[in-house]
Design a protein around this ligand. Sequence first.
Ligand code: ZN
Length: 249
Amino acid sequence: MELYGKVAELIKEKGNIVAFTGAGISVESGIPAFRGAQGLWEKYDPAEYADIRSFVREPAKVWSMLREMTRLIFDAKPSPAHLALGALEKVGLLNAVVTQNVDGLHQQGGNTNVIEYHGNSRYLVCLKCHGRVPFTEEALTALPYPTCHKCREPLKPDGVFFGEQIPPSAIERAHEAVQRCEIMMIIGTSGVVYPAAEIPFLAASRGAAVVEINVSPTPFTSSLSPYFLESSASLVLPGILDHLLKVKK
Ligand code: ZN
């Protein structure tokens, strides 16, 4: 509890938070981490189902996994952690969220400056004409897969697959946000996926204070020596917000 107060003071003093989030923040929204015990990668080999080459070769097969993944995303609601980040932006303390998630829950939680490092699977793209459309219920039930209205090619969720590039605009915006940030808040991510995991290191090298909220220690904990809050973000973030609103008065 004392650490909450310390972090709240730090936030009050410095402001300008950039949050760096991963799968952990969406677990309480009902989306199990892909890599975890209940994750989709236990059932589907990502080399076979999440690689762009597999998608191009066998879209119908990959879509059998995508339907299951998308159902989880469509049914998910923002967690208390997502909502707390939305509130931090509203009071002017949070500048940007850089997320590795593709579930669009930060926007639903009230954040407007969301930098999606791995794309957003609530949209569909055509690999041929690059058209991008919202991912609807109708598309989700289309068999064997939804197709582009223009070229009849199979549509692909706009999340980044293995073998695809990180969207250059996301890299650019993330680097820009990190240049200015005073506090880098790592939330629900173990930092094993590169190049995304460089972001906190970049912020730290620019002099940002690092706050980490994770259920267990990660490579960030030992290398960045952050303020480490070892707990679920859905408990910690609303707690910090409460402190902050009290401190503010
Ligand atoms: Zn097309």
